[in-house]
Design a protein around this ligand. Structure first.
Ligand code: SP5
Ligand code: ZN
Length: 336
């Protein structure tokens, strides 16, 4: 399986995030990359596809915001990482705000996703990494892996949050549709619900979004991922959420995975995008599911029975010591 990564992606290095009312070290740290590279070995550098495929998913004003947010923060006389503090509760109007704090609230949905000087560059190259993994599969490979960092699945067409800025999985899924390889299924197995991906495809019938995640009644991102969210309009029935209780082990995870895989077959998917997060691991520092490294391998094997061309994009996973082995276990299972 071809693997892609660009060193630009480690330039995103915020210092801290707001968690449970206190500052903590930023969990989505560049050290995650070292752990993964040590386990995976050599990755290929991505090819630059430009902004086109990013703008096929994200709004231009949002992308412009990301490009200038940290500079605007410094211009406002601040130092360090840009973080918003005011978020609209009611429908967000497309206001043309000039104040950086207003813009951070307009385009963000949490105070745990700081924007640092290297953020845009890292997110841009993360998306290019995903697109290059797609090329490898579209060109005849069976599977490709994109070591995306920052991750992407919490990011919507015009918003960031949950450590995510550009939705790498959605960018690949859209690229696959545009290349005539659909219908496409996105299988999201990160610990957290992939609200951004769900939102992007919620009203579309050509992309199935199936997710297994911690019950949002108890866990981030709270406002999405409930079992009664099933899609709308042409997308009715093309969103499939399976929330799991805290403490769930493989015994509870496996039947949910089987249901998701069945849904993907029923949908008639011809191309698979996997949002893989290793934060379902039993010793993840911010999460509460109980999968082992061996379970990651079994999960990969199960998914491989779909026998679909697939791109895996990296999402979360915060136990840095075990991260590389977990990703490696998953990918080796997927390879069969
Ligand atoms: C891609 C991804 O995995 N994003 C996750 C973003 C989660 N951000 C907020 C998490 C808050 C966790 N609080 C748990 C405290 C445990 N001591
Ligand atoms: Zn996660």
């Amino acid at each position: 399986m071809k693997r892609f990564f660009s060193p630009h992606q480690t330039g995103h290095a915020p210092l801290r995030e707001l968690n449970n009312g206190e500052w903590m070290d930023f969990a989505e740290s560049p050290a995650r990359v070292s752990s993964m590279l040590a386990a995976l070995g050599q990755c290929e550098a991505p090819i630059d596809h430009g902004l086109g495929p990013i703008l096929a998913v994200h709004d231009a004003d949002y992308v412009a915001f990301l490009q200038s947010a940290h500079r605007d923060w410094l211009k406002a006389g601040r130092s360090g990482d840009a973080i918003g503090y005011a978020f609209p509760v009611v429908g967000r109007r497309k206001l043309d705000l000039s104040r950086i704090d207003g813009r951070l609230g307009q385009y963000g949905f949490d105070a745990a996703t700081p924007i640092a000087s290297g953020t845009w560059d890292a997110a841009y190259w993360g998306a290019q990494t995903a697109l290059s993994a797609f090329d490898a599969v579209a060109g005849g490979g069976h599977c490709g892996f994109a070591l995306c960092r920052p991750p992407g699945h919490h990011s919507g067409k015009d918003y960031f949050g949950g450590y995510c800025f550009l939705n790498n999985a959605a960018i690949v899924a859209q690229r696959a549709v545009d290349s005539g390889l659909g219908p496409v299924a996105v299988l999201d197995v990160d610990y957290h619900h992939g609200n951004g991906t769900q939102d992007i495809f919620y009203e579309r019938g050509d992309v199935l979004f199936a997710s297994i995640h911690a019950d949002p009644a108890m866990d981030y991102p709270y406002f999405w991922g409930h079992a009664d969210e099933t899609g709308q309009g042409e997308g009715e029935g093309a969103t499939f959420n399976q929330p799991l209780a805290r403490g769930t082990t493989w015994a509870g995870y496996e039947p949910a995975l089987d249901k998701a895989l069945n849904a993907i077959s029923q949908f008639g998917a011809k191309f698979l995008v996997i949002s893989y997060g290793a934060d379902t691991f039993e010793a993840d520092p911010i999460s509460f599911l109980k999968l082992t490294t061996q379970d990651m391998h079994t999960m990969g094997q199960r998914i491989s029975t779909l026998a679909l061309p697939c791109v895996t994009v990296m999402e979360g996973g915060y136990n840095i010591e075990a991260l590389g082995s977990n990703v490696d276990a998953f990918l080796s299972g997927l390879e069969g």
